[in-house]
Design a protein around this ligand. Sequence first.
Ligand SMILES: *Cc1c(COP(=O)(O)O)cnc(C)c1O
Length: 356
Amino acid sequence: MSHVVELRSDTFTLPTPRMLAAATAARLGDDVYGEDPTVAELESLSAKLLGKEAGCLMPSGTMANLAALLTHSPRGGKAVVGAESDIYVYEAGGASVFGGIVYEPITAAEDGTLPLDAVADAFEVDRDDPQFALPAVLTLETPHNRRGGIPLTPGYLAAAGALARRHGVALHLDGARIFNAALALGVPAADLAAPADTVQFCLSKGLSAPIGSMLVGDEASIATARRYRKMLGGGMRQAGMIAACGIVALTDMTDRLADDHAHARRLAEGLADVPGLRLDPEPPRTNMVFFAVDDEGTSHTTESLIEAARVRGVHLAELGRGRIRAVTHSGVTAADVDRAVDVLADAVAAAPRTTR
Ligand SMILES: *Cc1c(COP(=O)(O)O)cnc(C)c1O
């Protein structure tokens, strides 16, 4: 029995041998006292790579986003978010529960952008009228997961940042996979981060660290976010164990994301030749391939196809109704991609369309 081809998410990546060696050799201290030198090193490296003044290690991307929203918005303030963003869909309403923050969701365009006229409408409230929640923060996601993993362009980010600034609204960028976005666009991650007040990125996805996300921004915002991290229970003691893996993630693992993007294209090319499947968007821009079952071509449903692949050792996820997502990462080789294509082609061939 060969190993499982894990395509549900890049969160399944395991730490590399260098990470494990770095974790055991790391110099440690109590980070709540600000005395863990390895955490300090990761925080300054992260800030430097993203072109920001300061950074703060967070246990998760969810906590990094929450601490950022609490930093930027008072109770009763408004966060303008994507209707299919991670912050709105997958983070259990934390900013509302813990911060009394009102979400105003806006539907993203196919390319993952929030249309700026709709964002401007959400910002333009009569500030003297006590009926309205006052806009405090705009959040953008790049690459936008539920919009095909498409990266937002530097031009769009700059325009959104300028619009937010004109309205006295902060811009928080959920850049969980910002290094994938930067690679796809051929620009430094700092160029994408530049218009944002704060940026969240995950060490624990394609960069393959076991745990952790970074929040970066100006000194004052990060100091406030660090206080919220403590309140939320995210102040960790000898967190250098985690940070050491994060440093290796940032030094060893960003360039190799190109392999993941190449594997995503290879997977898309393979699936394009399978009659009962429809790719969307095409070609993939980062490390995610989205496809749907085309009932002209097969009697499989989304669920039955995912199950047929699972029993043959290829794990896929349904993401949004009728959409299947496959994510490439450091645990997926070109041979794994070819096996996934074969398994899906066989599954479809075994279930030809019947008249229903
Ligand atoms: C994974 C992810 C997060 C949350 O990160 P966790 O570490 O899983 O909490 C936030 N935003 C986006 C876009 C993500 O993909």
